[in-house]
Design a protein around this ligand. Structure first.
Ligand SMILES: Cc1cc2nc3c(=O)[nH]c(=O)nc-3n(C[C@H](O)[C@H](O)[C@H](O)COP(=O)(O)OP(=O)(O)OC[C@H]3O[C@@H](n4cnc5c(N)ncnc54)[C@H](O)[C@@H]3O)c2cc1C
Length: 453
């Protein structure tokens, strides 16, 4: 027998769950959220935020080195891992508090504990069954454990933030954005980083030229990227390090091995199968365009539906869902113009289609690209270069892909995402004045297509 009945019961207080709860609560709905870990989910506790803080930390190494070219002299700086960890933990716990306050102030009931569906309108938390008119599964994802002998010696991105001792040598296994970001971060902080990826180039799914360019730039910074490499096994050495045996017969040793080879939707033990909720082979909840699962009254958003695993996407899905429940219902998520950044060193910023995807989708495309040494590096002594690229649908002149590899690429491209969402054509880019002297101005000064079809 359900003890109470909510208009909306959300499982998971991560990016999507918190946003849905707040929006529904602000509209006067009776809302509950169940969370069995820290409030804020992956993004706040084990993802975007701590990772970006560590990326900032790593960039200081470049700044110290580059400052000499601008006349600064200083003793060799040293880095204290324990200070960074403690300061990060303090900031994250401040954010946990803010997330709690945001929901409480919106009238949301926060239930601390693991939730399980026991009916299409009932959720059990800590032995208490709560009734709900609608249930939203927003349980996110979890790192897939390595399937090699000795795999338990490796850590996932969940553990990397709090390593007791900073590793002198780090092996990163994986070629996705999380693997690349941690390779860059730990390289910047002073570890000797080897990144192993079994595919032929890192960052599958990104624009091909961007992949090649960023791999070359990461190598310049010191990351030893080895593609086409398969790990056979991990084992502890008598000295306490981890030995990584590779398929080509070679071996590596490191204090820490990070596996970042993928994340799987968090649906195990939720009781979904028993209710007949359709799941994809990887466990993702199958939903339609309105985030409805195959069982009436049960919905899912965010990483658990495995569409696009990004915080702003989970937020947008949450807002579209709640708007459909309690608002006007006209809100749709635009999966076409998703801007995203990869916080490698240098960063990647990308919006819309890669050159390859645009070529497959449109009859004719034009490509504009430039790569150059940014002004700052004329004195900094750094050999870093910047790549910028526009992909245009030749039929209507619309810019359908925009890519950058370079300092602060994520910051640079956010405004361009607005232009692209508004349907900006290449002619509009051409008619826009640059801001001089910036790297970003190159996006409005490229005049000659390098590929015209
Ligand atoms: C290392 C890393 C870096 C990332 N960097 C970025 C980035 O730079 N930019 C970006 O946009 N995205 C980034 N992401 C992705 C981003 O974190 C996710 O897309 C986002 O958090 C998804 O939100 P969500 O609400 O779907 O799930 P989550 O934020 O994962 O929240 C799910 C919540 O559900 C809880 N939960 C699960 N099961 C239960 C249960 N049975 N009962 C109660 N609670 C439960 C979990 O504890 C968790 O708090 C990163 C991810 C990782 C791992």
């Amino acid at each position: 027998m359900a003890r109470d009945r909510f208009d909306l019961f959300i499982i998971g207080a991560g990016s999507g769950g918190v946003r849905a709860a707040r929006m529904a609560g602000q509209r006067g709905m009776r809302v509950a959220v169940a969370e069995d870990a820290a409030l804020g989910g992956t993004c706040v506790n084990l993802g975007c935020i701590p990772k970006k803080l560590y990326s900032f930390a790593a960039h200081y190494a470049d700044s110290f080195a580059e400052s000499r070219g601008f006349g600064w002299s200083h003793a060799a700086p040293s880095f204290d891992w324990s200070v960074l960890k403690a300061n990060r933990a303090r900031e994250i716990s401040r954010l946990n508090g803010i997330y709690g306050d945001l929901m409480t102030n919106a009238g949301v009931t926060i239930l601390r504990g693991r939730a399980r569906l026991v009916g299409a309108d009932a959720v059990e938390v800590n032995g208490v069954v709560h009734g709900a008119a609608r249930i939203v599964v927003a349980t996110g994802g979890w790192p897939v454990p390595p399937e090699v002998p000795g795999g338990d010696l490796a850590i996932s991105s969940n553990e990397i933030f709090d390593l007791p001792v900073f590793p002198k040598r780090l092996v990163v296994v994986g070629g996705g954005y999380i693997a690349c970001e941690f390779a860059s971060i730990f390289n910047g902080l002073g570890a000797k980083v080897t990144q192993l990826y079994r595919g032929e180039q890192i960052l599958r799914g990104f624009d091909r030229e961007v992949r090649d360019f960023v791999a070359a730039e990461m190598k310049k910074t010191g990351v030893d990227i080895r593609v086409g490499t398969r790990v056979l096994a991990l084992e502890k050495t008598p000295g306490g390090a981890i030995r990584v045996a590779l398929a080509d017969g070679s071996e590596l040793e490191a204090e820490t091995v990070l596996y970042a080879t993928g994340r799987a939707p968090n649906t195990a033990g939720l009781g979904l199968e028993a209710l007949g909720v359709a799941l994809a082979p990887n466990g993702a909840v199958v939903v339609d365009e309105a985030y409805r699962s195959s069982v009436a009254g049960i919905f899912a958003i965010g990483d658990v539906i495995d569409r696009v695993q990004l915080t702003p996407v989970a937020l947008a899905e949450a807002m579209a869902l709640v708007d459909g429940f309690f608002g006007q219902g006209g809100r749709r998520v635009d999966y076409m113009h998703i801007p995203t950044a990869v916080f490698t060193h240098p960063n990647i910023g990308t919006i819309g289609l890669s050159e390859e995807d645009a070529r497959a989708r449109f009859l004719r495309i034009d490509v504009y690209r430039t790569d150059f040494k940014p002004l700052r590096h004329t004195l900094s002594g750094s050999g870093e270069r910047t790549l910028m690229k526009l992909v245009v649908d030749a039929a209507n002149d619309r810019v359908v892909g925009l890519h950058m590899v370079g300092t602060d690429a994520g910051e640079t491209i956010q405004g361009f995402a607005v232009a692209m969402k508004a349907g900006a054509t290449k002619a509009v880019f051409d008619a826009t004045l640059g801001i001089h002297p910036t790297a970003a101005e190159e996006f409005v000064t490229m005049r000659t297509a390098t590929v015209a079809s």
